[in-house]
Write a protein that binds this ligand. Structure first.
Ligand code: SF4
Length: 293
């Protein structure tokens, strides 16, 4: 049994991002969550894994900057101050500057040898500012009259003997006492990518944390490319099923910590977007044409 740092056991909780990475490639999950927690290893360079885990996926940068800029404005909302689109845009531009100087040290695909497309950062900036514009024009007016409850904090909900962590983009109480948990989406609107498990975990947390009946809590997916909003509601029975899924998912991922139990699942595009492609002997990132999907 590999020897793991004490902090691994303190932070070893269920989260949707762990669930998603496990389903993408189990070996990538092992590098990210187990390999970086090893006390020593003859198999991997633990310090290198720790350095690689901080890389950002190329396709996620815009969304990350938009979330961060909105979060700063929700800090103001929480303190009863007015929100400001111009400040949000300025924040996005200044945060993006942290990536422009050394993109190969910051962005996964560029680190893995993909040529940086022309005008990449200009397109990220324009796309991000456009989505902030949609947020302030179409979404903010439906939120501003509500009561701010919480945003971007790590919270926990216990299901059986498993602790699940959630981090909601924003939770508010509406005039009719309903609690709405918002999730900002910066990608393409596609119901196939909407996860009942992720949204159910949010609603499960909110209904427990605020002692609210499930019918008084809903999740809203906010698509910032269009301003469209999709509602998801859960019955008590559906939330029970979400809880069972969380427990079984967590147990499956914690039955062994040996690297061999986490099989690699390579693919050219997938490996090109993997933080650990430069250390994984199974990587196919070199077989993907330079541009990426
Ligand atoms: S490089 Fe490919 S096979 Fe290796 S961990 Fe990453 S996604 Fe999995």
């Amino acid at each position: 049994m590999p020897e793991l740092e004490d902090w691994f056991h303190r932070y070893n909780k269920w989260s949707f991002s762990k669930h998603r990475l496990w389903n993408e490639c189990r070996r990538q999950y092992w590098y990210r969550y187990i390999g970086t927690a090893l006390r020593t290893s003859d198999e991997v360079d633990v310090a290198r894994l720790k350095a690689l885990r901080g890389l950002t996926p190329r396709a996620a940068l815009e969304g990350m900057l938009v979330h961060d800029a909105i979060e700063k404005q929700m800090d103001r909302f929480a303190r009863g101050m007015t929100v400001n689109e111009e400040l949000a845009a300025k924040h996005l531009v200044s945060e993006m500057a942290k990536f422009t100087g050394t993109p190969r040290d910051k962005i996964i695909e560029f680190h893995n040898g993909v040529e940086q497309p022309e005008n990449y950062f200009e397109r990220v900036q324009d796309g991000g500012i456009g989505k902030l514009g949609t947020f302030f024009a179409k979404i903010w007016p439906r939120i501003e009259g509500s009561e701010h409850l919480r945003h971007e904090k790590f919270d926990e909900v216990t299901v059986g003997d498993v602790v699940a962590t959630v981090k909601v983009d924003l939770a508010c109480r509406m005039a009719d006492d309903t609690i709405v948990v918002y999730d900002w989406k910066t990608g393409r609107e596609d119901p196939a990518y909407e996860s009942e498990l992720q949204l159910g975990a949010y609603v499960l947390w909110a209904s427990r944390y605020y002692s609210a009946a499930p019918e008084k809590v809903r999740s809203e997916l906010v698509y910032l490319a269009t301003g469209n909003v999709r509602r998801h509601e859960f019955s008590a029975e559906q939330l029970d099923r979400v809880g069972l899924l969380i427990v079984s998912d967590f147990k499956r991922r914690n039955s062994s910590y040996e690297m061999g139990a986490f099989s690699p699942d390579p693919g050219p595009w997938k490996c090109q977007g993997c933080r650990f492609a430069t250390v994984c002997p199974h990587s196919l990132h070199g077989e993907a044409p330079g541009g990426g999907p």
